[in-house]
Design a protein around this ligand. Structure first.
Ligand SMILES: [Zn+2]
Length: 248
């Protein structure tokens, strides 16, 4: 995780925002998953309760976040930037759990900005960002698929964002507030086949002892023990090929 924040604070990247620090930060490459936390949310001290002890240089970091006229070219205090990015991430994780935050993230979700599930039978289901923990600096962001309920590595440059900027609850709060967006579970499931025959589940399990591993010169008994009853004809054909290779 080291380098996540420092990589974002590279002053060489272009500022294309509205002049504020938040505008600059949101326009950095790799920050596209993040939404804009409104100023009035930042100004409400209640929303920031408890964060002052979790971020170094808290007051300076908050001042920087609230800076409406941030000039990246005249500013080179990288320590404050890291604190500001960390603080913004922690505030962001809280904001996106609010109704307004959910609405902001809904716009990004509908535009497909978080990507889609790589699982074939999820058929391009859009995903939502999620953190494995709520602690900054523990792990990078993942994406959650509402159809298969699994998580994946993001296929975007946002994969280096800290997962705590979204938190472990976000997608579930999102789908609780927007139940109409909960997709039907996938109807299809991948079935492992060999030469068209369905494999017995034991054939997909790791060997629990060296004796159970199939040697290159597979014997008929070993092959039969790995294959299930539903694939008897395949078992015999594999066995006969093995026997031919061994000139038996
Ligand atoms: Zn999926």
């Amino acid at each position: 995780m080291s380098g996540t924040f420092s990589s974002q604070s590279t002053s060489s990247r272009m500022s294309m925002g509205d002049g504020s620090w938040i505008g600059w930060f949101l326009n950095l490459q790799g920050n596209e998953f993040l939404c804009r936390v409104p100023f009035d949310y930042l100004e409400d001290k209640f929303n920031l309760t408890g964060l002052e002890n979790n971020v170094p240089n808290y007051t300076q970091a908050l001042d920087l976040i609230m800076d409406p006229e941030f000039d990246n070219n005249c500013w080179d205090n990288s320590m404050d930037s890291q604190s500001a990015e960390q603080l913004y991430g922690m505030i962001h994780a809280r904001y996106i759990l609010t109704p307004r935050g959910v609405d902001d993230m809904l716009l990004k979700y509908e535009r497909g900005e978080f990507g889609s599930c790589p699982r074939v039978y999820c058929k391009g289901q859009r995903v939502l960002p999620v953190g494995l923990t709520d602690l900054i600096g523990q792990s990078h962001v993942k994406v959650y698929c509402p159809r298969c309920h699994d998580i994946f590595q993001p296929r975007s440059r946002c994969a280096l964002l800290d997962g705590a900027m979204f938190g472990s609850s976000f997608p579930h709060m999102f789908l609780m507030q927007l139940p109409a967006l909960r997709p039907q579970p996938p109807k299809e499931k991948y079935v492992a086949r060999l030469y068209g025959f369905q494999l017995h589940k034991k054939a997909l399990m790791p060997s629990d002892s060296p004796e159970r591993k199939i040697p290159s010169s597979a014997s008929t008994t070993t092959t039969a023990s790995v294959m299930g009853n539903s694939s008897k004809s395949l078992t015999s054909s594999v066995a006969s090929r093995s026997m031919r290779r061994l000139n038996l």
